[in-house]
Design a protein around this ligand. Structure first.
Ligand code: BTN
Length: 324
């Protein structure tokens, strides 16, 4: 079990990836010089790529620095025994999680992450381009609330992503149900799938994709111009370990709140960070398009649309288009 101060030091190094963090700077955060040296020895022993001189430490700049060892230390541990599996290349982390579930029980909170995906899957049967530099992962959950409420979990995952990414791009917003946007460009998407493995356990596999250090200009033609990445937006690289660790820690807290109080306890917060609350919208549902005013959400995360006739419809799935 790593010492608590290891997490603080790692957090600072990852936040300033590529820069030297001085011992002095760490000391101002309540960490002693002895603890910094102890951390440096531990990092070397674990084979972590920490650079160290007599006065400072550095986590070298990388497109993809994902490491299960680092993620384990960064965990705040609300879901016990968080296990992170990592592979350089997979077809899809959602498919990988599904195969693991089919092979035997998978503990709640298990994470499947990959450096790139060859068959990344998006919502509504679309594909999801997943080159190196992006953050592609799936979290396995076994919610105790009824499946009718799981739609709310999908919105909560989107909120979690917005809350984490806002630290680096404060203008991040969620588009119903769970897309993350920076202005009119998508930066992250979430695909929640259900796996019913036995009468007793049903799993939710929550797959999250974030364009972090990959450039959106190299994405397929149909998404270029509609997508962005943190790197495109801010001009710098970020530690995938840091973003994933923050996401998992936040999701764990939000997930427990969902289990205790349901989606309704998140509604106001969701509406605040939603880019189209109170606006005219169109929702494409197969061949049909529903137009109207977005007046909010029901207790399960369904979108309430008030049509010009005054009729209020609840939408549970579909593609939302923004209209001024
Ligand atoms: C969307 O269409 O917006 C959802 C995209 C979800 C992509 C993620 S990347 C990790 C996980 N594995 C997949 O194959 N898809 C999800």
């Amino acid at each position: 079990m790593a010492e608590k101060h290891y997490r603080c030091i790692l957090e600072q190094l990852l936040l300033q990836m590529g820069e030297y963090v001085t011992f002095e700077q760490l000391v101002t955060q309540g960490i002693s010089e002895r603890q910094v040296r102890e951390f440096a020895d531990w990092a070397m022993y674990k084979g972590l790529p920490v650079l160290c001189d007599s006065e400072a430490l550095c986590w070298p700049e990388q497109l993809n620095d994902l490491s299960p060892q680092v993620l384990e230390v960064m965990g705040e541990g609300c879901i016990p025994c968080r296990q992170v599996y990592y592979q350089e290349i997979v077809d899809s982390t959602n498919l990988w999680a599904r195969r693991a579930i089919e092979a035997g029980p998978v503990p709640e909170g298990t994470v499947f992450a990959a450096g790139s995906q060859e068959g990344g899957r998006g919502r509504l049967g679309r594909s999801w381009a997943s080159p190196t530099g992006g953050l592609w992962f799936t979290v396995v959950l076994t919610p105790t609330r009824s499946p009718a409420e799981w739609g709310g979990l999908s919105l909560i995952s989107g909120m979690t992503a917005v809350n984490v990414l806002s630290a680096f791009a404060p203008e991040c917003r969620v588009k119903w149900p769970n897309d993350v946007y920076l202005g009119d460009k998508k930066i992250a998407g979430i695909l929640l799938e259900m796996v019913r493995e036995s009468d007793k356990i049903s799993y939710v596999i929550a797959g999250i994709g974030v364009n972090v250090n990959n450039s959106a200009s190299s994405l397929p033609e149909d998404v270029v111009g509609k997508a962005t990445s943190l790197r495109d937006h801010t001009g710098r690289l970020y530690s995938l370990n840091l973003i994933l660790a923050r996401f998992l820690n936040r999701l764990e807290r939000d997930y427990h709140r969902f289990l205790n109080y349901g989606f309704a306890s998140f509604r106001t917060e969701y509406q605040k960070i939603c880019c189209h609350h109170g606006q005219m919208v169109e929702v494409q549902q197969g061949e049909q398009v529903l137009k109207g005013l977005n007046i909010g959400l029901d207790d399960y995360g369904g979108l309430l649309i008030k049509e010009s006739s005054g009729k209020i419809s609840v939408v549970h799935s579909g593609d939302l288009l923004l209209r001024g």
